[in-house]
Design a protein around this ligand. Structure first.
Ligand SMILES: Cc1cc2nc3c(=O)[nH]c(=O)nc-3n(C[C@H](O)[C@H](O)[C@H](O)COP(=O)(O)OP(=O)(O)OC[C@H]3O[C@@H](n4cnc5c(N)ncnc54)[C@H](O)[C@@H]3O)c2cc1C
Length: 393
């Protein structure tokens, strides 16, 4: 075992999309940042729907221009009741043009996004890349210490602030003794890419089924990603299906509105759970992204919420001193948004999978009201996009 000592303004633990964006945002504030994560060779074939506030934030960081060319605009969100229930909701279309926008956001490929972030991290003088797993985190006075293990060696790093961006099973959270509220859903998300015969024309379609949403998010006019929430046993059977049988099943589930379906990636299943950290920050640490909050991929909320975490952290670190408890300032800034989004996604998801008839009555009435009353629909669209929505009314 060898040991080295190095000091930074901030150590970001985790280099998923959230950690990389966070490191870039903080370095552009003039902070010396270390970003620590094991090298990952795994390709992420998923896509992420970025809503307009996230796009504006990426523009501010001078990153959007590198992604824009491969991103696909999402102009209409269509909700279709795909259940066989007695009380069914009407089809509801949310059009960005109704609230004065060209589109709600853009769908980007996670791998292309990660590659662009990595290139900028490597080029940024104020960022040091530390390869390895954070193992131990301790606090002494105003210093935060992080032990990073790589190939049996442990290197010791010190910083004035630590950011946990290390995902749902966060070591930072555990090492700092932060409890969580956690819950399971009787669902797994089946994720795959496909090409289709008829053009999508910028419409993302969400079929609400008895097991959860079945959401098609376009990547181009003739390609799309699918996120399909199913019972875990059924999800396992589905990912094991032979290709043609699965393509036929998908076409039937989509009521053939996109025509013939051809798989572009093997399906994968992710178990669904929810989690919120009991404290989002305190002293000289903060949690961002899935280290702070995890919920099912419904309504494109997870990563977009994380972008608002990063933006708030950047503001807090720029505005407050160590003596003003920057971690607690960050937690205060983020709690309401994180709790609201977590509850909204949880309620919608549970209303879909509930066998209880009155729940479907309320949900059905909600969608009747939304299709009939443009003003209500506009309010819901603004809520879905962001609490800081500023577009023309
Ligand atoms: C199927 C699916 C579809 C989704 N679609 C959308 C969408 O359309 N829009 C949206 O807004 N959100 C979406 N989300 C949510 C979004 O993907 C997540 O919110 C986001 O990817 C979380 O990123 P993260 O960087 O916080 O965590 P992760 O991606 O889990 O990254 C954590 C990183 O930390 C590293 N790490 C872990 N432990 C350590 C350690 N001890 N030391 C150092 N490094 C460590 C890991 O190697 C990894 O690099 C979706 C989620 C799923 C499952």
């Amino acid at each position: 075992m060898s040991s080295r000592e190095t000091r930074f303004d901030v150590i970001v633990v985790g280099s998923g999309l959230v950690g990389l964006t966070c490191a870039l945002a903080l370095s552009r504030q003039g902070l010396d940042v270390a970003i620590c994560s094991p090298l990952s060779m795994r390709k992420d074939t998923r896509t992420t729907a970025l809503l307009m506030d996230s796009i504006r934030y990426l523009e501010k960081l001078d990153l959007w221009q590198y992604l824009a060319g491969s991103a696909y605009p999402l102009k209409t969100m269509r909700i279709v009741d795909g259940s066989n229930r007695l009380l069914r909701a009407p089809q509801t279309d949310f059009r960005a043009s109704e609230i004065g926008l060209e589109c709600f956001g853009y769908n980007v490929q996670n791998q292309a996004f990660a590659d662009i972030l990595e290139q900028h991290v490597v080029a940024e003088e104020r960022i040091t890349r530390v390869e390895g797993m954070a193992r131990e985190i301790s606090v002494s006075g105003n210093d935060m210490h992080v032990d990073v293990e790589a190939d049996g060696d442990v290197a010791k790093y010190t910083a004035g602030f630590v950011v946990g961006a290390d995902g749902g099973n966060s070591i930072v959270r555990r090492e700092l003794g932060i409890d969580t509220r956690q819950w399971e859903y009787p669902q797994s998300a089946i994720v795959l890419d496909f090409s289709h015969e008829h053009p999508s024309r910028g419409t993302s379609t969400e079929f609400h089924t008895e097991t959860g949403p079945f959401t098609i998010v376009p990547r181009s006019e003739h390609t799309a990603g699918l996120v399909w929430l199913e019972r875990p046993d059924q999800a396992e059977k589905t990912v094991a299906m032979e290709q043609t049988a699965l393509e036929n099943l998908l076409e039937r589930k989509m009521q053939s509105f996109l025509g013939k379906i051809t798989l572009q990636s093997p399906p994968r299943a992710f178990p669904m759970r929810g989690l919120v950290a009991n404290r989002l920050g305190d002293g000289n640490w903060a949690l961002v992204g899935e280290a702070a909050h995890v919920f099912p991929p419904i309504g494109a909320q997870g990563f977009n919420l994380a972008m608002r975490d990063i933006s708030a952290l950047e503001t807090v670190l720029g505005r407050f001193t160590t003596q003003e408890n920057r971690g607690a300032q960050y937690a205060k800034a983020r709690e309401a948004d994180v709790n609201l989004r977590t509850r909204a996604v949880d309620t919608l998801n549970r209303s879909l999978i509930s066998p209880f008839l009155p729940v479907h009555l309320v949900r059905g009435m909600g969608f009747h009201l939304l299709s009939g009353f443009p003003a209500l629909r506009k309010t819901v669209m603004r809520f879905g996009i962001s609490p800081g929505f500023r577009a023309r009314r």
